[in-house]
Design a binder for this molecule. Structure first.
Ligand SMILES: NC(=O)c1ccc[n+]([C@@H]2O[C@H](COP(=O)([O-])OP(=O)(O)OC[C@H]3O[C@@H](n4cnc5c(N)ncnc54)[C@H](O)[C@@H]3O)[C@@H](O)[C@H]2O)c1
Length: 265
């Protein structure tokens, strides 16, 4: 089987898109660790795919490390980290702003990916390389007036993945993002009517899961693959922002390959 012998960790794997990815990878031969705060659903998915469940709150760095540790102990290593846990906010920045919920949302949607990458990297390197996929969103590529802080979180994940792409490729680790439009999961329950009244299609989870498989097979690193109804998924083509010019209006030659965290480059 295609992913035979590969070990995948999936945060937010108890429901929706994460559960779909867990089932698809297991069907293709991977061993799966389901990491989630939803113990009941998480255990059920893990049992279904002959994997293991671990209670993991992605807002906590140690919880991410423990999930990676379990993958290594249970299955001998880690090859694929799907950093997928995410929540909607339910507030704007007006009178409905909820500072406590704000920290929670930032913790799950952004810290969860940062801590997940940090925890997975040493294990992926021990295998000589591997894959990280972060679940961003179309909300990270377009304006998201429906949920501005969620849009900001997902835009941050997009920026993170684009920046990490070239940094991690040196270690044989490809890191990409998947950016789905609306899909039929619990996260859209509160605003599904609004989406549909606006004429926006809601995709089946399987369409999003297929995009994850495409990214694992063909993703080059630093890419953000859109998943949009009726279109094949592919990396989003970002525009090139204006570069610096001299006072005379001449282009400034910048060695962008030197703008890296690796000071030896
Ligand atoms: N469904 C959509 O329309 C859509 C569109 C774009 C992006 N996404 C993203 O897809 C990802 C998966 O969401 P989904 O649509 O499957 O929704 P979902 O609600 O079905 O699944 C989200 C999962 O994340 C888990 N989770 C929440 N907080 C957690 C925490 N602190 N630690 C660990 N796990 C936690 C939940 O228990 C749940 O299992 C999210 O990142 C979401 O933002 C969803």
């Amino acid at each position: 089987m295609e992913f035979d012998g590969k070990v995948a960790l999936i945060t937010g794997g108890a429901n929706g898109i994460g559960a779909g990815v867990a089932r698809a990878l297991a069907e293709l031969g991977a061993r799966v660790v389901v990491a989630d705060v939803d113990q009941e659903r998480g255990k059920a998915v893990a049992d279904e795919v002959d994997g293991v469940f671990t209670h993991c709150d992605v807002r906590d760095p140690e919880s991410n490390q423990a999930a990676v540790g379990l993958a290594e102990r249970q299955f001998g290593g880690l090859d694929i980290a799907v950093l997928n846990a995410g929540i909607a906010t339910g507030f704007g920045l007006g009178e409905d702003f909820d500072p406590e919920r704000y920290r929670t949302v930032m913790g799950v949607n952004l810290d969860g990916v940062v801590y997940g990458v940090n925890a997975a990297l040493p294990a992926l390197k021990r295998r000589g390389g591997g894959h990280i996929i972060a679940t961003a969103s179309m909300a990270g590529l377009v304006a998201m007036p429906l949920d501005p802080v969620y849009g900001a979180n997902k835009a941050a994940v997009v920026g993170l993945v684009r920046a990490l792409g070239p940094v991690l490729s040196a270690d044989g680790v490809t890191v990409n993002a998947v950016c789905p439009s609306f899909a039929e999961t619990a996260i859209i329950t509160g605003f599904k009517d609004t989406i549909q009244a606006a004429g926006m299609p809601v995709m089946d989870v399987r369409e999003v899961v297929d995009a994850f498989l495409a990214v694992l097979r063909r993703g080059k690193g630093g890419e953000c693959w859109f998943v949009q109804s009726g279109r094949p998924s592919e990396p989003f083509a970002f525009g090139t922002p204006p570069g610096p010019r001299t006072a005379d209006g001449e282009r400034v030659a910048v060695r962008s390959d030197r703008l890296t965290t690796d000071q030896e480059a």
